[in-house]
Design a protein around this ligand. Structure first.
Ligand SMILES: Nc1ncnc2c1ncn2[C@@H]1O[C@H](COS(=O)(=O)NC(=O)[C@@H](N)CS)[C@@H](O)[C@H]1O
Ligand SMILES: [Mg+2]
Ligand SMILES: [Zn+2]
Length: 473
């Protein structure tokens, strides 16, 4: 783990998650095992969104004039957009952008769809691939040029309060989702120079990767009425006047998969939280010459009783030595392995091994071992969550002066400090330290320091916020 980057690249290959040898930089192939992991990660997210969002699917291509309509937005993406210029041999009379994100694909249609206040609020999402010509160092799942798992939600509201409320809703959804993945997170309001192009403000979730760098794993943007005015999205109010709508959008990507792999993995391989593990239980029959038949039958019985409780179970009855099977089980990160040999059979017992802490537990096959296993899943989730939250919280150090920021960062810390909130001061802080300001903490954040009467760490003016800074991906 000393060299996280090397470890990360190795595990993507050894655990057959993706094949990054695809001949376009920043684009990789989802291999079967990785594809299943991705599927089981997307599933709980869609379940949360499906409570009150409608899933849609918009075209991949956006006409150039639509993309360009919102000046600040297009400015923010002009260096990242891929273009389609030809249809076969013919040059297109209008260039088509390949969506880097879908505001400019969706909002001309929202303008047609929104008529009256009774149409509102509208809440849509789609899980699509988007394309960004990233010029910084690309890295599989973390900084890619084809974002294969881009979940983008876009909502439309009659009032400012509606949009503000939706931002809080989106934050709740993301917290619940990241808790399912047992991923720790910091929530910051991004500095204005780092908000989403065209947004009023951006709330961002960052997680801490094992190398001490933070990774932005999700963002929630309050778009105010900016895009509504640009794309003429108006509605008839109850008093038959017309008003522009208020909007939000919130997105996450392949990075959440990268964080599950990177944060929970260890030297032996993947370590997956039970809720999203493609394979939750791996049964390994220990077969000797005699008694092999009965062992296999018992294992089949255990497998079907687990599967009838919707526990995703596999059995490794290949004719290879158990050690190799244990090695592969550790690499693939399935939360529980069950070993059963002829002796266990006689005593009607089996041995469970937890992947999260390698603890061995003996179960009585006469008992209700299925509920026992479901309880163990809960314990594993709690254990994994507590472990990583503790590790992240231990990495957050507050400072009263910028002088020691760099050694704290070298020590893989996230630094909290008192800030006046002024843009030029913030930019100087980033320049001096060459470290990014993640943003400000809300009053109710656990990381909020007691700032009344305190001074800004740099300019000495009245301290208004607790801010965090870290080395970022
Ligand atoms: N090149 C990239 N590779 C992987 N993930 C990325 C990349 N660029 C952005 N992301 C992820 O995508 C999330 C949403 O992107 S964004 O630009 O912040 N926001 C939007 O595009 C808005 N339309 C919300 S959907 C980011 O928080 C980040 O986690
Ligand atoms: Mg970017
Ligand atoms: Zn200041």
């Amino acid at each position: 783990m000393e060299n996280f980057s090397q470890w990360y690249h190795n595990i993507l290959e050894e655990a057959s998650i993706i094949d990054s040898r695809y001949p376009i930089k920043g684009m990789s192939v989802w291999l079967p095992k990785g594809f299943k992991l991705r599927k089981h990660i997307i599933e709980p997210l869609k379940k949360l969104l499906d409570k009150d969002h409608e899933e849609v699917l918009f075209p991949l291509l956006v006409p150039e004039d639509e993309l360009a309509k919102e000046g600040i937005h297009v400015k923010g993406f002009e260096d990242e957009v891929y273009w389609v210029t030809h249809g076969g041999q013919k040059e297109l009379n209008k260039k088509l952008a390949i969506r880097p994100t879908s505001e400019t694909a969706m909002y001309p249609m929202f303008s047609l769809w929104v008529r009256s206040h009774i149409d509102l609020p509208m809440k849509f999402y789609q899980v699509v691939n988007t394309f960004r010509y990233e010029t910084k160092h690309t890295r599989p799942l973390i900084r890619v040029r084809e974002i294969t798992t881009f979940k983008e939600a876009h909502t439309v509201h009659a009032t400012k309060e509606g949009a503000d409320e939706q931002v809080k809703e989106a934050i709740k959804i993301y917290k619940e989702f990241f808790d399912t993945l047992a991923i720790p997170y910091l929530l910051s309001k991004r500095p204005i120079w780092d908000k989403f192009p065209g947004a009023d403000y951006t709330m961002a979730f960052d997680t801490l990767m094992p190398d001490g760098k933070t990774l932005q794993i999700g963002t929630v943007h309050n778009l105010g009425q900016t895009f509504a005015k640009t794309f003429d999205i108006t509605y008839e109010t109850a008093e038959s006047t017309h008003d522009y709508v208020y909007q939000t959008c919130y997105g996450l990507s392949d990075r959440v998969i990268a964080s599950v792999i990177g944060i929970h993995g260890d030297e032996k391989g993947l370590r997956l939280p039970p809720q999203i593990a493609p394979n939750q239980v791996t049964i390994i029959p220990i077969i000797f010459k005699k008694g092999g038949e009965e062992v296999l039958n018992k294992c089949e019985e255990i497998k079907s009783s687990l599967e009838s409780s919707n526990i995703r179970t596999s059995m490794d009855n290949r004719d290879i030595r158990p050690g190799k099977k244990f090695y592969e089980w550790e690499l693939n990160g399935s939360p529980i392995r069950i070993e059963l040999g002829p002796r266990d059979l006689e005593n009607n017992k089996a041995v469970i091994v937890r992947r999260d802490n390698l603890e061995k537990i003996e179960i009585d096959l006469e008992s209700d071992y299925v509920s026992k296993i479901e309880e163990i899943f809960q314990e594993i989730s709690e254990n994994m969550k507590n472990q990583v939250w503790e590790k992240m919280n231990d990495s957050i150090i507050s400072t009263e002066s910028l002088n020691n920021v760099n050694e704290l960062i070298k020590d893989e810390k996230v630094v909290s400090f008192t800030w006046c909130g002024d843009e030029e001061c913030g930019k100087v802080i980033e320049e001096i330290t060459e470290i990014d300001i993640l943003g400000t903490q809300s009053e109710d954040s656990d990381y909020c320091k007691d700032i009344d009467g305190s001074k800004c760490v740099h300019c000495g003016k009245e301290g208004k916020y607790t801010a965090l800074m870290a080395k970022t991906y």
